[in-house]
Design a protein around this ligand. Structure first.
Ligand code: DAH
Length: 356
């Protein structure tokens, strides 16, 4: 074997054994400016002219061969490295999460979970609907026709007109999900709908995005007594007070007849607000579903009737957890969340306790 073949087989066998670090050394050793092949290139000048050309071509071919052998080995080692890392870094997602996890549940999520736990215990299920609604579901089907003054109360966010001239809206309440549910399911219906709602209103007690929970019950013999029992039980469970005073006061909503507002007992002694007491605090709107709403949703109002209610989540959370300012809910301040948030693993249940 001449020098050339010797160098070639030596380099190739060392490349085949090299790890990633050794491979870089070999690259310098073989191809670098002071490397073996460059050395031999420099030697070409000493050869007689007729041999120089062939020897030059052979050296160039060797250089290319060694460079691609190094590249191939490099690619192989890197992907093998990645495979090995992937194999050792797999996460077993069936393992229980770590009990010392630092995250906190936001009071709005916590309040929704608590409310849903209570209603599910009573036989309700959770329904959802879109945030972008059409006029029919947000207003007309709920007995709020275009000229109805209730539309002004809603400070609606309108979206850009669509090609057919319709103006989509950000839903101003969770009530359109009543309509969607009645259109697509047969009674008996028992749903609650927690979710985001939107109104163009912003001050210390209003946010352009806030949360409501809606309730809907449709059955053949459902009456006002069921409505009163259901909501009285709900508030007593939510505030954890078996004797919490709850009263129903006549009111008006276009989608219910008769309509009522619910007050709970409170005390304002000493300037603060405490749940339980002989003063009253308005907390929810409700009523028996207007027959026209049932008909608008394809339900025979001579056979079925039911009740509905809707309430603001933030307000309930503020009252239960002593949160003084609505705006702090949306500020994403970690210090606030640490203070008012809830442990991630404490699921509210009726049996296990609602509040950690
Ligand atoms: N949709 C009403 C609002 O946003 C709340 C409400 C009142 C909902 C009475 C109901 C209801 O379902 O029966 O102000």
């Amino acid at each position: 074997m001449d020098n050339h073949d010797q160098l070639r087989s030596d380099l190739l066998s060392r490349i085949a054994d090299a790890d990633l670090g050794r491979l870089e050394e070999l690259r310098v050793e073989a191809l670098g400016r002071k490397g073996a092949i460059s050395e031999m290139m420099r030697g070409l000048g000493a050869l007689p002219g007729d041999q120089r050309k062939d020897a030059g071509q052979a050296l160039n071919a060797l250089k290319t061969e060694i460079a691609s052998a190094i590249d191939a080995r490099h690619a192989m080692l890197s992907s093998a490295g990645l495979e090995a890392r992937l194999a050792t870094e797999t996460i077993d997602i069936t393992l229980p999460s770590r009990p010392h996890a630092d995250g906190r549940i936001h009071p709005i999520s916590q309040t929704i979970d608590e409310m849903v736990a209570i209603f599910c215990e009573m036989g309700f299920r959770v329904a959802e609907g879109p945030h972008i609604e059409d006029d029919f579901h947000n207003f007309t089907a709920l007995n709020i026709p275009p000229e109805h003054p209730a539309r002004q109360d809603h400070d609606t966010f309108y979206l850009t007109e669509t090609e057919d001239g319709a103006r989509p809206v950000l839903r101003t309440h969770t009530s359109p999900v009543q309509v969607r549910t009645m259109q697509t399911s047969e009674p008996p219906i028992r749903i609650v709908v927690p979710g985001r709602t939107f109104r163009a209103d912003h001050d210390a007690t209003h946010s352009p995005m806030f949360h409501q929970i809606e309730g809907l019950v449709v059955d053949e013999n459902t009456h006002m007594g069921h409505l009163k029992g259901c909501l009285t039980e709900f508030w007593r469970a939510f505030f954890g007070m078996d004797d919490l005073p709850v009263r129903f006061r006549p009111s008006f909503f276009p989608f219910t007849e008769p309509s009522a507002e619910v007050d709970i007992g409170c005390s304002r002694e000493g300037g603060g607000l405490k749940i339980g007491g002989s003063d009253w605090l308005e907390i929810l709107g409700c009523g028996m579903i207007h027959p026209r709403v049932l008909e608008n949703c394809g339900i025979d109002s001579s056979r079925y009737q039911g009740f509905a209610f809707g309430l603001g989540i933030e307000r309930a959370a503020m009252l239960k957890y002593g949160i003084p300012d609505l705006r702090t809910f949306y500020e994403s301040d970690l210090r606030w969340l640490k203070h008012y948030g809830f442990p991630a693993l404490a699921q509210p249940t009726i049996a296990g306790g609602l509040t950690p």
